[in-house]
Design a protein around this ligand. Structure first.
Ligand SMILES: NC(=O)c1ccc[n+]([C@@H]2O[C@H](COP(=O)([O-])OP(=O)(O)OC[C@H]3O[C@@H](n4cnc5c(N)ncnc54)[C@H](O)[C@@H]3O)[C@@H](O)[C@H]2O)c1
Length: 371
């Protein structure tokens, strides 16, 4: 069996490549080695030499055609991610790139047995909430006026009471960034064209994924990257808002096992699944765990700053995927330990930190509340 992994030189894709090689697949990678994840377009040293690498763009029809030759299954991980206002690029790479895969498959009448598409928890936008009086709702992003007042929590549009976050389930999506909209279009394109051409498609909505090889520049991995780098350099990390923002972090090994599970299960076909830990961790708890693990006494700086556009709480329900027999196995400490081992081997840590900070300042609007 032959597998194609688009974006296979990246963080998640490269781990999928290794898992497929371990299962005896012949593996081909199509990856543009894009900046900033791959500085200078260099092939990452962690990439297995047992996989065939085609350096090319998912939007390039001839490259996609070459990459799909003789392939049985596809894992589509290549994507444009980021905060910059290059709005059209999200659609170009993510939506057009996904359509291109299906266009080539349809034109060449390729016999593809399954396509697994990387989607994101971002499709939930602000997530799902509950008002004791008015029931479930999906709030809009918090206004700058409220954030400036230090009113961090979502409130009910009808009665104004504080809303309670509930685990996001697959049926309610509410994407509200260009990235999230295009991750959702990837799902729509995949399910629509998959059915039309009789190719089983599965979409996986990853929560924030952590572990070895995660890019020093990936927007998702900011919390672990910034805490780990700053504490290693003896500098003080900044915690935004009141540090109580909740997320469910997931270990890369659990993301890979989810991909393998849906590959092997026909029950998963034409479904979208959350791939998260389902365990809510707030930023202060995350900081405590990493500080204890690193035996650091450095206190974080919390001065009421907030990032415009940050989602307050988002935690995925995992019950749909668990019904297929998948369970996340790794803890937050496993994620921290693996990342620190990776970080400690990195050269020029100070350089990464300076450029990552510059990058964050360029891309992230930070404001200060009156509190
Ligand atoms: N890392 C996370 O926490 C997370 C969370 C949710 C969803 N995702 C999704 O998972 C997938 C993999 O993410 P990742 O964290 O491994 O990112 P990554 O940046 O490490 O890997 C993405 C890879 O895609 C390649 N790529 C980008 N544009 C391309 C193009 N036009 N043509 C071909 N290759 C291209 C990059 O060179 C890179 O190697 C993405 O689809 C992302 O949207 C990631």
């Amino acid at each position: 069996m032959k597998a194609l992994v688009t974006g296979g030189a990246g963080f998640i894709g490269s781990h999928i490549v290794d898992a497929l090689l371990g299962k005896g697949y012949e593996v081909r990678i199509l990856d543009a080695l894009s900046e900033p994840v791959h500085p200078g377009g260099a092939v990452p040293s962690y990439l297995s030499r047992d996989a065939e690498l085609i350096v090319g763009d998912i939007r390039d029809k001839s490259m996609v055609s070459r990459a799909l030759d003789g392939v049985d299954v596809v894992f589509h991980e290549a994507a444009h991610q980021g905060y910059l206002p290059d709005y059209s690029r999200f659609f170009d790479v993510n939506s057009v790139g996904t359509s291109m895969l299906f266009e080539v498959i349809a034109e060449k009448k390729l016999d593809i047995k399954k396509i697994v598409i990387a989607s994101s928890q971002a499709v939930y936008g602000e997530g799902q909430y509950y008002c004791p009086q008015h029931g479930e709702c999906q709030p809009n992003p918090r206004s700058i006026e409220r954030l400036t007042e230090g009113l961090w929590e979502h409130s009910c549009d009808i009665c104004g009471s504080t809303l309670k976050n509930i685990h996001a389930v697959e049926k309610y999506v509410n994407p509200n960034t260009q990235y999230a909209i295009t991750k959702y279009t990837q799902e729509l394109i995949g399910h629509n064209l998959g059915r039309r051409h009789n190719i089983p498609v599965v979409c996986l909505r990853y929560s924030i994924t952590l572990g070895k090889r995660q890019s020093f520049y990936n927007m998702y991995t900011g919390i672990l990257r910034s805490f780990a780098t700053l504490l290693t350099l003896g500098k003080q990390p900044i915690i935004f808002e009141d540090g109580l923002l909740q997320r469910d972090y997931i270990h890369i090994d659990d993301v890979v096992s989810a991909n393998m599970r849906v590959l092997e299960s026909s029950d998963a076909d034409f479904q979208s699944y959350n791939v998260g830990s389902g365990i809510s961790t707030n930023v202060l708890e995350f900081f405590k765990q990493i500080s204890e693990y690193m035996d650091s006494k450095i206190e974080p700086l919390m001065n009421g700053e907030f990032r415009v556009g940050d989602v307050r709480h988002i935690v995925s329900s995992t019950s749909k995927l668990e019904a297929l027999g998948w369970r996340p196995q790794k803890t937050l400490i496993n994620m921290i330990a693996d990342y620190l081992e990776y970080l400690n081997k990195a050269q020029n840590l100070e350089d990464y930190f300076v450029s990552a900070l510059k990058d964050m300042k360029n891309k992230t609007a930070v404001m200060k509340s009156k509190k």
